[in-house]
Design a protein around this ligand. Structure first.
Ligand code: CTP
Length: 414
């Protein structure tokens, strides 16, 4: 339960763009007003096709701002003032088009101009068709905005107005209000953001890889991506510009990270190389060591000749490749080791073999739930020895690792 006490007396500028979810924005206004929030609304031209300016005006009890060129609005309230007089700008629904215009820094209507002119925090609630959300253009735009500090709530997964299923539904009004309250509570408790990694670039690999056998079958493993995603999020929270290269997972993109989705080990290597140069590389992915040699581009059939035999060939080792000495080697390279006994001894040998700086070793013996589970028990192996960390949630391991990385770059004064 998020406490809404921080909301009373706050001023929100709500930008309503043109999407079917705009009807939920009316409910959002009503619920914000009930909690003592002053709401002023900007309606895009497309937004006004989904909700009437009159409804918005009645609910906000204020003028609805629509036109960049309206003399009345400009004389009463210039767009600069409009954007500065709020404590927070909320874009709900944030359409693919508006996100693209925000990412490009365009100022071609009142909404985009206000968003470009503002020095206030911005929260977006994306809403669009699932394919539009998953399109690399939208994902790139969203990642770019998040790197600039734009916060996001949703989109949620579900059946959409267009009858497709997947992520794209706008977050519910109460979820948006929770995100707004969290923003204000964070701002109140964080007099100074703790961003020791600002200015640093980080690359994190996460999740499994899928190695195709034929167009419909693949070899995979049980990695959930939880640990890698938690590390990426924790590094971004400390101010690093994070690229997360991830195999297929069921996890939402961690806020503040640029996410590159890949399937195979070779794609993961190419995406990592494209992200260089970075200061920090953390290889948390469970990369398949082997792929099928000579995959079939036609589905393998039962042809009466018995089961097919698969011949495997070795995948590139991404951690070892990134660890190689040279001008592009990240200053700090961290690998993971999944061991089923003699954890520290095997992981220490692995550190030397791969050429990385630190190894985070975990025990994946039968009976432990490291793979797929919420907790992790790790040893961190560095040049000067091994440190055993207590069992904790994967988020906590991510946060502690990110702090250790920050301390590596800014060692405490002796
Ligand atoms: N790794 C990688 N590319 C590979 C294989 C592994 O980047 N092709 C990275 C993983 O992300 C992890 C570390 O290397 O950081 C794990 O090394 P690996 O040799 O796969 O060891 P384990 O998974 O621990 O298993 P094993 O020792 O049995 O090989």
């Amino acid at each position: 339960m998020v406490d809404h006490a921080s909301l009373s007396g706050k001023r929100v500028l709500l930008v309503i763009a043109g999407g079917i979810a705009a009807y939920k924005s009316l409910d959002l206004i009503r619920r914000l007003r009930e909690r003592g929030v002053g709401v002023r609304a900007v309606l895009t031209e497309a937004g006004a096709r989904f909700v009437t300016p009159l409804s918005v005006q009645a609910l906000t009890e204020d003028t609805v701002y629509r036109d960049l060129w309206s003399l009345t609005d400009e004389s009463e309230m210039g767009h600069i003032r409009l954007s500065r007089e709020a404590d927070l700008i909320v874009v709900a629904p944030a359409t693919a088009n508006l996100l693209a215009r925000m990412a490009a820094g365009m100022a071609d209507d009142l909404a985009a101009t206000v968003l470009l002119a503002t020095d206030k925090p911005v929260l977006v609630a994306p809403a669009m068709n699932v394919r539009m959300w998953e399109h690399p253009a939208t994902q790139d735009n969203m990642a770019r905005l998040e790197r600039r500090g734009v916060r996001r709530v949703g989109p949620n997964e579900g059946v959409m107005a267009c009858n497709e299923f997947g992520p794209g539904r706008m977050a519910e009004p109460m979820e948006i209000i929770d995100a707004i309250a969290t923003h204000f509570a964070d701002a109140a408790h964080k007099p100074q953001a703790h961003t020791p990694l600002s200015g640093k670039r980080a690359l994190v690999t996460s999740g499994p890889t899928h190695e195709p056998i034929d167009p419909v079958r693949y070899i995979a493993n049980r990695s959930s991506g939880k640990q890698g995603h938690a590390i990426a999020e924790a590094l971004a929270r400390l101010g690093a510009a994070v690229t997360l290269v991830s195999g297929p997972t069921r996890l939402p993109d961690p806020p503040g990270c640029a996410v590159v989705a890949i399937e195979t080990a070779r794609e993961m290597l190419a995406a990592c190389e494209a992200a260089l140069p970075v200061d920090i590389a953390v290889c948390a992915a469970a990369v398949a060591d082997w792929r099928v040699a000579g995959t079939s581009d036609r589905k393998l059939k039962k042809d009466g000749g018995g089961p097919p035999s698969l011949s495997l060939t070795e995948n590139p080792d991404i951690l070892a490749t990134l660890s190689q000495a040279g001008p592009r080697r990240p200053a700090l390279v961290i690998g993971f080791a999944a061991e089923t006994g003699d954890v520290v001894a095997y992981a220490t040998a692995k550190r030397a073999r791969k050429g990385c700086d630190w190894i985070v070793a975990n025990d994946v013996s039968l009976g432990t739930t490291t793979f797929g589970g919420a907790d992790n028990t790790v040893h961190v192996i560095r040049a000067d020895g091994a440190e055993a960390w207590p069992t904790m949630g994967k988020d906590a391991v991510g946060a502690r690792l990110a702090e250790a990385i920050a301390a590596h770059f800014h060692p405490p004064a002796p």
